[in-house]
Design a protein around this ligand. Sequence first.
Ligand code: NAD
Length: 503
Amino acid sequence: MDDMSTTTIEHWRGGQRWPGSGERFGDVYDPATGRVARQVALASGADVDAVVADAVVAGREWAAASLSRRTGVLFAFREALHRRREDVAAAITAEHGKVLDDALGEVQRGLEVVEFACGAPHLLKGGFSDGVSTGVDVYSIRQPLGVVAVISPFNFPAMVPLWFVPVAIACGNAVVLKPSEKDPSASLVLAELWAEAGLPPGVFSVVHGDKVAVDALLEHPDVKAASFVGSTPVARYVYERGTAHGKRVQALGGAKNHMVVLPDADLEAAADAAVSAGFGSAGERCMAISVIVAVDPVADGLVPLISSRMGSLRTGDGRRNCDMGPLVTGAHRDKVSSYVDAGAAAGASLVVDGRDVVPDGDADGFWLGPTLFDRVTPDMSIYTEEIFGPVLSVVRVPTYDDALALVNANPYGNGTAIFTHDGGAARRFQREVEVGMVGINVPIPVPMAYYSFGGWKSSLFGDTHAHGVEGVHFFTRGKVVTSRWPDPGAPRAGVDLGFPRHS
Ligand code: NAD
């Protein structure tokens, strides 16, 4: 980031910052102090039109750029991002609040997608069938879509855009990114790095904004596809609105991730995993574990191991080497805190109460400490709803079958994990569970960049997951060419009104 003290965060158009014509602005907080640090410009529909018009022109040229040129830019971007990773992390921590080390981890996972995209030409290779008929060959090619939109959530302001943008660009598209208005600065560091890497102006643009900008993108005839990540109600809306306007849409939604612990599991390892996956990034991860499904009699031993680890976590300013930062806004902190009230009122046993936290940070920061409930039942709101905060619930069940039934009855299907020493039980779970990403003794099973990321059920609308082969397919259209180059010495086939047959 050039200057984190700049008071208004502008859009990125034509390879530089651009104020746009919108007259609305949003507050961007420093969650560790609770103060408004900056304002972000909120794009009007006309701003979106201007950016898309540029992207159409730039995208045409970029689609014609050779694969060597495209990969040259991607390699340069990879180097630039690696060199500036601490600047990106600092921008994330300043506006999201997650601790610096976690922000660096987010950048690292984004870098892995850039590295994957450097090898995209391998996946853009078509097939070729020599001589399908006399003098006739058939081959397939994959072509870019044109202008594509990426709409991202607050919780991974660098990694989620990087799930899509490098792959879309490697495939020859122009991208318009609409980041979360809560933590928009990281996207501008990425924009600077694309420019530094030699990406032509207009191939990557950023429009900041809210529903107005999102709707303008979803309805724009020149935007051919949208990749969305956010909460389930908005994901469903984006999918329905985008597809109604003829676009290809992948819309990744919310989550309620269960970690099943069988009685034979290593309980110390399971407790470590529960705490790491429950409270990392203050629980504001779509792959956070929010429910421990403890198969009898495991809970009696596991709950004390989890709560004793929670006692040593330091909650505070992400720049001060703490374990867990604040929540993203005051409104979100209050909402998460209200779930703690609701869980206690509903009769769950409150083992650790994060409302009592004494943070290492400004008193006005958006604090809530790690919270643990035991004896949660599936009818309680702390179980039925995605809380998206540092609240971990333990649900006790009698058998493996009850655990599986609970996970499969949940409307979400993003991530899940099983902790056991029994390979057969793990393998059975992996086959029977209706969830898109499964961990076996791994609490946050985020796939590597060369696999694809995505959930099932209400955690994803559309058919295609992010990055990996599916990402390349999402950002390209297949074409099959049938060509006849007859042997110059062969007689002409002549007129034949029959349907083409092979000969
Ligand atoms: P959100 O749905 O509020 O916002 C996501 C994006 O949509 C933002 O860019 C926002 O500006 C825009 N938006 C918000 N309301 C809109 C509306 N009514 N119409 C059009 N656009 C709108 O999500 P968030 O709070 O930023 O992020 C947290 C959510 O994202 C959680 O539910 C989390 O589980 C989910 N998430 C899912 C994944 C995944 O891979 N499945 C990954 C990260 C986050």
